[in-house]
Write a protein that binds this ligand. Sequence first.
Ligand code: CA
Length: 280
Amino acid sequence: MSIFGASCSLKRYVLSHFTLYKAWRSYSESLPNQHKKDILLLFITIKPQIKSPSFPEIKPLPSSSSSSSSSSSSSLLAFMASSSVQSNDAIQEVSERPTPLDQNVLQKHVAFFDRNHDGVVYPWETFQGFRAIGSGLLLSTVSGFLIHFALSQKTRPGKFPSPLLPIEVKNIHMAKHGSDSGVYDTEGRFVPSKFEEIFKKHAKTRPDALTYDELQAMMKANREPKDFRGWVAAYTEWKILYDLCKDKDGLLHKETIRGVYDGSLFERMEKEHSEKKKNK
Ligand SMILES: [Ca+2]
């Protein structure tokens, strides 16, 4: 690219960011501090569509109540994100957690944490996702950092490492670790026979659930020799799931595990957690 071309691109880039910044300022005046921070972080990381910048009309917030603020901030995040996503045609709407039509189950599993549906998950979105399903502050914070630290670069082949540790949802199958159950294949698709195999082999107390000891036996059986990272990753995932989702008898149910694989469990937990908070 010539110096002149680079200079024009830079100018357009700065102008696009300035437009986004003005939009952010106009929206954020009545938002809670947490939302302002999220939006600002997204603003910093956004890559404007330089070739054809076009922005929707910014309308003022209808009211300053917390629920409307939340929905407005989502709309703004969605709008800002839409200017950075090059191929989001498959996403029909952004305000009601749409599922892109071509997502496989592993992508759906991860997409829950893509809180603004822009195809990229940042550590603070993982934190928000964990909080939304009822995890404590410490677990949510540590998970947000460690998961992204371990997986970010694997989902961004050929790209320069980013200090913001983004995870690209469409490439999540590249971050699959070893010593797992094999329920996701190498492309991130669900393999029903592998899922049934878990219970045929390890559900000795009840055919449709696992005790903690059975869970440990399954992890041990799945271990590949010297795959220490895979061992730790599998242990962490199953331990968190067990602690969050076991029933009062210490059983982890088959339908719960199925819900984890297709991502539907997280949405259900989020709904239950938000209803619990309302009823307090
Ligand atoms: Ca996102």
